[in-house]
Design a protein around this ligand. Structure first.
Ligand code: PMP
Length: 337
């Protein structure tokens, strides 16, 4: 394997993540399924890319000045990315998070030096929603910018310029399909737009968890949610600025149970410890691989995103009491009976 040359700065550690063939999912789908190892970014999630892209864009537009502050509302991973990038560039960070997200993310944000503000989880239409609270805080804070990851398309641009190009190069231009779930939609739309620039024939699929409205939107034009999910960071109820014009060819809906099954299998059979959005993405990639085969594509190759590390969810996904309280299956090896 070719070793990468030294990177010039710590920020150059973001992106250029490895791609790995996933054995179990490939066998299950009867085609090649690849996972982009975004948990290997310095902040251990795909959101480091958006954080860097948004901050560099704000600097280039002259909005973020030396010694300034970055404010954001986030399920946690974007905040962790912003805190690391801001530390490296000398900015302050203020993060607003709903208080039902994992303990580990909150502890991590505090440990990184971010100022953390938690709010109760509410509907987006509520003025105290974490997104609106973060916008207000940015307006009130001297020298601050609002990262606005949902509607700021510097987010998806990081995936057009980075993730999509990397996937294309890592697979030598032999890729038939890509799918992932959407939080802001930056990854899905950015990788979709970027891959379509290389080859319009690549199928881009949305993988939606239950409780999100996008599956129905792309299937029949109605933004309507059904059910619920405990997956953090995904599950969108509106067309964000990043999702506008996303080239979605087809869509799948994946349950938490199915996603958890793949989190368990990837851990026990392939040694990857991941969060639930990764498990849901892998289940979606299997569905896409099967669909492409059924549509007559010979030996399809499908890629998806392994969004973040499971170490971020030890108190939830890997905690038998938490799983039992949510009526979710406890992993076999964690069962005490
Ligand atoms: N998985 C996890 C764990 C996340 O934190 C996020 C970001 N909210 C996503 C997936 C979705 O990424 P995006 O915002 O690019 O849609």
């Amino acid at each position: 394997m070719k070793l990468l040359p030294p990177r010039e700065t710590t920020l150059d550690l973001i992106g250029n993540t490895p791609l790995v063939k996933l054995e179990g999912p490939s066998r299950e789908a009867g085609c090649e399924i690849y996972g982009k190892c975004e948990f290997m970014n310095p902040g251990a999630s795909v959101k480091d890319r958006a954080a860097l892209g948004i901050i560099r864009d704000a600097e280039a537009r002259g909005e973020l000045q030396p010694g300034g502050c970055v404010v954001e509302g986030t399920a946690g991973n974007t905040g962790i990315g912003i805190a690391l990038v801001a530390n490296a560039l000398g900015y302050r960070t203020i993060i607003v998070m709903p208080d039902n997200q994992s303990r580990e993310k909150m502890d991590t944000l505090r440990a990184l030096g971010a100022e953390l503000v938690t709010v109760p989880p509410t509907k987006f239409s509520d003025c105290n929603h974490f997104v609106h609270t973060s916008r207000r805080l940015a307006e009130e804070t001297e020298g601050a910018i609002w990262a606005n990851q949902f509607d700021n398309t510097a987010n998806r641009k990081a995936h057009i310029d980075g993730t999509a190009r990397e996937l294309w190069e890592q697979l030598d231009g032999r890729i038939d399909g890509f799918t992932c779930a959407a939080g802001t939609g930056g990854t899905l739309a950015g990788v979709g737009l970027g891959l379509k620039e290389f080859d319009e024939a690549i199928t881009i699929a949305l993988t939606d968890p239950h409780g999100a409205a996008l599956y129905n939107y792309f299937a029949n034009g109605e933004l309507q949610a059904e059910g619920s999910s405990v997956a953090e960071g995904i599950g969108q109820g509106r067309i964000t600025g990043n999702l506008e014009g996303a080239p979605i060819d087809t869509q799948f809906r994946i349950s938490d149970g199915e996603g958890l099954k793949w989190v368990a299998r990837l851990l026990r059979e392939e040694g990857l410890c991941l969060g639930l959005s990764s498990g849901i993405n892998v289940a979606g990639a299997i569905a896409l691989g099967r669909k492409l085969k059924a549509d007559g594509v010979a030996e399809p190759r499908v890629a998806t995103i392994l969004c973040d590390t499971g170490f971020r969810y030890l108190s939830t996904l890997y905690n038998p009491e938490w799983l039992a309280a949510k009526d979710l299956p406890v992993f076999d090896w964690l069962r005490e009976d």
